[in-house]
Design a protein around this ligand. Sequence first.
Ligand code: NAD
Ligand code: UDP
Length: 317
Amino acid sequence: MKTYRKRILVTGGAGFLGSHLCKRLLEDGHEVLCVDNFFTGAKENILDLLGNPYFELLRHDVTFPLYVEVDEIYNLACPASPIHYQHDPVQTTKTSVHGAINLLGLAKRTGAKIFQASTSEVYGNPQMHPQPESYWGHVNPIGLRSCYDEGKRCAETLFFDYHRQHGLPIKVARIFNTYGPHMHPNDGRVVSNFIMQALQNQPLTLYGSGEQTRSFCYVDDLIEGFVRLMDSSEDFLGPVNLGNPGEFSIRELAEKVIELTGSRSSLVHKPLPSDDPTQRRPDIRLAREKLGWEPVIPLEEGLKRTIPYFETLLRSR
Ligand code: NAD
Ligand code: UDP
């Protein structure tokens, strides 16, 4: 049970995951400072929080230093979809690396506990399946996805070096594909693409054969994992995988979306983007053991909660 109101900084707080996290932290009785440069985030995602006196919004780019007083920091700032992070790859790496340095500096000065939103992309195109945290990955350092993958890997390095060198309390989560309301409708990620296409009876775009797999976690499950990790025992730093171990081919996902939306869409094939991982599924034994956490919302249920969000978006256009 919560005993006092914490002051919590959420960077990237106007984005998809950040907006759900801000809401959850306010519901838990904390004070939230949401920092965002609105590159991919949107005011709409946090509109319902703006009237809350314990919620504060600051437009700021984390590649520049930030001076605020807080007890905890969740560092989520970074574009997450391939279209967005490849738009300005240099800025993507800067956001991960300079952003981590600035926020770790802030944590060092204030003594705040700091959480890093890392990613399953640190495993690259994995040669081990499913991926446990002990796997070091198979990452192309010079490809189109490298600005994101290597930026996130370097951020993990910085987190662990600040811990070893300065004793900072750190928490590192490796997030696997997550979906839900507030996803950007045009960010090119597969769940948002397929739902938008299905709702408009347009063909669903399967990249490559559609036999590549992903594991999809509903956002509420993931946010529960974030909060449990932040509150976990101080000797548990991570990295810890957070994701849903249910694994589906992209073709299966397309068929499920068509069924749930009652769409008349067909499937079309498009070229596979470079370095697109062929398989991905988290090994979540560590999260189960250390956090008592596992997802409880199956894909079909999560899609049923997500589809109405996109229907509303389309109606408002
Ligand atoms: P998102 O693009 O919706 O949110 C990212 C937010 O960060 C946006 O609001 C954006 O405007 C903001 N931002 C970007 N650059 C910034 C900068 N320089 N300064 C301040 N704000 C900046 O993406 P998301 O899905 O909510 O992802 C949030 C975090 O989780 C990211 O760090 C991402 O790498 C990580 N992650 C997400 C997933 C997923 O499936 N959603 C998977 C793995 C990791
Ligand atoms: N994908 C697809 N059609 C789309 C969008 C994505 O087939 O319209 C594929 C993509 O090639 C990848 C998978 O779906 O194999 C997941 O893509 P996403 O961009 O959502 O996430 P990531 O590749 O970062 O896991």
